[in-house]
Ligand binder design. Sequence first.
Ligand code: SF4
Length: 444
Amino acid sequence: MSLGCPKALVDSERILTGLRAEGYDIAPTYRDADVVVVNTCGFIDAAIDESLDAIGEALAQNGRVIVTGCLGARPERILERHPQVLKITGPQAYEDVMGAVHEHLPPRHDPFLDLVPPQGIRLTPRHYAYLKISEGCNNRCSFCIIPSLRGRLASRPIDEVLREAERLAAAGVKELLVISQDTSAYGTDLRHAEASWRGERYAARFIDLARALGSLGIWVRLHYVYPYPHVDAVIELMAERRVLPYLDVPFQHGSPSVLKRMRRPAHAENTLARIRAWRAQCPDLTIRSTFIVGFPGETEAEFAELLAWLDEAELDRVGCFKYSPVEGAKANELAGWVAPEVQAERYERFMERARAISARRLAARVGKTIEVLVDQVDQEGAVARSWADAPEIDGVVRVRSGGKPLRPGDLTQVEVTGAGEYDLEARLTAPPVTAPRARAAPSA
Ligand code: SF4
């Protein structure tokens, strides 16, 4: 049902085009439809009344109504008269309308006709997938031009993200890697708008997202999280193994003065105290990070501060880059560029420390039994990963299977028998689990 001006009509056409392209039929009457979408007008009082009447008529004759359009920007007006509507979205919210239709009337997948499987086309192996929760970034780090390339933070509605995660899990994905430019900022641009998923209300908020994803019963790994105080709440979910006890926090430096010049988010936080508290609550927590050495103006004293910080932080997984200028970045205007040979020397010193810490922390795992996810199988056994290893960037666990058959995507228990600088060796202790396991739903 399309009401309002020609702009609203075009919106309706776009929604209908999207729905038809996905194989939905357009029904001529309310009674013939499985769900009704009412595109409302909210320009003047008479238009509001007409829209509210149309919603009432659709509810009376069909009962399953999704509301969109200008009046959708004032949901309280609609809910006052019609609290039973399934979903309310604002003007030009095509994606949200499509998402609401998918939720309440999921498209039928026809394997003979559909070119695209329900979980979409992915470039990763079948058992893991990236879940992008937002675009853009509201930070202004002085070495980065991503905000000018990709714009301000634009988070995806939480129900849309969760439905995608659900489809991926149903398609056999066993590990979700949550990505964005700033995962801890998720939903701030949406003012933490709430939505329903599996009968529960969730806010577009970092912790709600982690909690909901943690109820899917598969591995959930969080990347690009900044050490803001509100992030602390996720450590409890990690201690309970609702999400993997793994945090990818791009610290970039350990010297407050360099971090200030870098204009890093949360640069004033006491990160060492925060890491100590996280580990006290969740001793298995693996922290991965990246750093830049030789940032403009970095003195030997500031670099020494970074090394001391790293020694105390004892990060498990560390990557390092020598600063190189990016066209258009503010950092290019800073004085005191560090000579390439000094950068190279600092890089070596930094990586030597990081390697030693990594080796020490991995050695402490020898003798322990851990769960791993198999990535590849070869003649000697398998290359797998534990909670502490993100694909492509961290180490691996080499598993001797003792002749037992393993397949990519298997989850299995292994005993750690050896440790190197970045990788572990292990032997199989239990038969692999090939089906996704159910885990208890988290408390609200
Ligand atoms: S480096 Fe800073 S500005 Fe660039 S994307 Fe990351 S948080 Fe945003």
